[in-house]
Design a protein around this ligand. Structure first.
Ligand code: COA
Length: 530
């Protein structure tokens, strides 16, 4: 059924919501620009003066002309001591018609070395390749481990090489195009890849450079004889292809993918009518104050094909909207929070709906705006824990692909029931209006205050009201800052913060990516506590 929109696009409410969202998007653009700037003009100029392409330029030349590249986690490392973007670019791009996961070190940022956030971002990219059975293409030029933080990355970083060989074992091709340094542990990126291309006079792949070799064995050597592209192509056999230059390496990368003979396992998309309502209006739906509810049908109307949404159980558990639709021709089941709080009815409705989607092997999209499950005597006595557990059981054990969009609030166990990061959705994106935390900042500060007051009373001491007010203010500010999407995206708790207007496109790319893998085994649930 076509969604009926009640959005008043000429009203003041819409205008102020839109203005607030545009301001947040301007901030987002500024943060994305930091990632794109890499190591800044000095290092970018030096890199260009060496006749080299930047990481994003390499990707652009690798993917099909005019095809989209869905960059993932561009804000990685935001709020940390490391530059925004974490010295690596990752994402999904189409090469010779094949959807691939692509990673590219950014050599302008500390020599492209890997810090703890680089590691998380790289491992996430490998997970996406494995879960969705997409070829994994690495554009390598890295100074290896960020030496000052080696303790954070050396031991867990071994997973990079394990993942490469596991991808290969799972029948997922791995390709390394080596543009520069790939030394020490980094040598195992080409070492573990199915296909290796090295750029003449640029690629350097060795376990130890000349100084280390001199220290270890006393042998005098040079870069080229230890690990040059020419040597690896003619002598060691580690390079399968010797590229004349960077453009040639990218051409060879495309040639390799063309010959892989990849075929998608999932069904092709059906026909897709554009939504009847303008996606630009997605900017004016979410209120700045997330305590004010909004109707997620207004979002659904602007995201799904033809604004056609068949609502399931519309009269029951009205705080959660569930129903069937398609996005870019891919059928989906949608669960969307309507009034923030999840009651027992909503939890049971969600559990049933998730089981139905599993019966029909339909991917699920979660649109989050929840303050969590309802608390209070009546609700506890009514079994809210059991009902929430039922929903969390269904989400945890469902085997159809899940994609989560955090539109607004994502608090408490609502984050779990609505398929937050810990529930392994295939992809999770946030809008700039999103906020996630164990509870709202004011509530959290209030709880601390009540606990502190009770503890003081128990000790027979007077409670310091002035200190309490200061504590509340400080805690509220801290929790608010830690709930914001840039901060959470910086920690890789999502795959990126997106413009709400791009939601349909992003979902379309993700649903198409998901279709590379065959349908998973039917779900087997744990014991549903009734
Ligand atoms: N850890 C931390 N910082 C690193 C680094 C690393 N592995 N590699 C490079 N950097 C820093 C440099 O100190 C330099 O910082 P500065 O500009 O503030 O002085 C910046 O990144 C750029 O490095 P630079 O050497 O000027 O760049 P380059 O493009 O000429 O050379 C490398 C890049 C990677 C070839 C070179 O930096 C290098 O050999 N690094 C060490 C490689 C290594 O042995 N890594 C350990 C592997 S486990």
């Amino acid at each position: 059924m076509t969604v009926v929109s009640r959005l008043d696009v000429s009203g003041p409410e819409y205008g102020s919501r839109r203005a607030a969202m545009l301001a947040k998007l301007a901030d987002l653009d500024a943060e994305h620009a930091k990632a794109v700037a890499g190591g800044g003009p000095k290092y970018v100029d030096r890199h260009r003066d060496r006749g080299k392409l930047l990481a994003r330029e390499r990707i652009e030349l690798l993917v099909d002309p005019d095809s989209p590249f869905l960059e993932l986690s561009p804000l990685a490392a935001w709020g940390s001591d490391f530059p925004v973007g974490a010295s690596v670019v990752t994402g999904i791009g189409v090469i010779e018609g094949v959807e691939c996961v692509i990673t590219a070190n950014d050599p302008t940022v500390r020599g492209g070395s890997s810090n703890p956030w680089t590691l998380r971002k790289t491992l996430r990219a490998a997970d996406i390749a494995l879960q969705n059975r997409m070829p994994f293409v690495n554009l390598v030029e890295s100074g290896g481990a960020d030496l000052p933080t080696q303790k954070e990355i050396f031991i867990p970083g071994g997973r990079i090489f394990r993942d490469l060989t596991r991808l290969s074992a799972a029948g997922i091709p791995t390709i390394a195009l080596v543009f520069g340094n790939s030394t020490a542990g980094g040598a195992y990126v080409p070492g573990m890849s199915d296909y290796v291309v090295m750029v003449r006079e640029q690629a350097k792949v060795f376990l130890g450079g000349p100084p280390l070799v001199k220290m270890a064995t006393g042998e005098e050597s040079d870069d080229e004889s230890l690990g040059g592209a020419e040597m690896h192509a003619r002598t060691s056999g580690l390079a399968d292809y010797l590229a004349a230059d960077e453009h040639d390496a990218l051409r060879l990368g495309r040639q390799i993918v063309r010959r892989l003979g990849r075929r998608k396992a999932g069904p092709p998309p059906g026909t897709a009518a554009v939504p009847l309502f303008d996606e630009d209006e997605l900017l004016g739906i979410v209120p700045e104050d997330l305590k004010i509810p909004f109707d997620p049908r207004e979002v659904i109307a602007r995201v799904v094909d033809g604004s056609d949404f068949d609502e399931f159980k519309p009269l029951y558990g009205a705080s959660l909207v569930t129903g069937w639709a398609s996005v870019h021709g891919h059928p989906v089941g949608i669960l969307a929070n309507a009034r923030g709080v999840l009651f027992g009815e909503e939890a049971q409705k969600a559990a049933q709906f998730i089981q139905l989607a599993n019966q029909s092997r339909t991917p699920l999209v979660f649109l989050q705006n929840t303050t969590g499950y309802m608390v209070g005597r009546d609700y506890e006595q009514g079994g809210i824990i059991k009902h929430g557990a039922m929903m969390i059981n269904a989400v945890s054990n469902s085997t159809v692909p899940h994609i989560t969009i955090v539109m607004g609030a994502s608090y408490g166990a609502g984050n779990y029931g609505m398929c937050g990061r810990a529930y392994d959705p295939r992809f999770l994106f946030s809008w700039p209006s999103a906020k996630s935390a164990v509870m709202g900042p004011a509530q959290l500060a209030g709880v601390l205050s009540i606990v502190g007051r009770a503890a003081a009373e128990a000790r027979g001491q007077a409670y310091d009201e002035e200190a309490d007010a200061a504590m509340r203010q400080m805690v509220e500010a801290q929790i608010e800052a830690e709930s914001l999407p840039f901060f959470l995206s910086g920690r890789l708790y999502d795959d990126g913060v997106i413009d709400p207007r791009d939601t349909r496109t992003v979902l379309g790319i993700c649903l198409s990516a998901v279709g590379n893998a065959p349908a998973a085994e039917p779900a087997g649930y744990g014991v549903f506590r009734m």
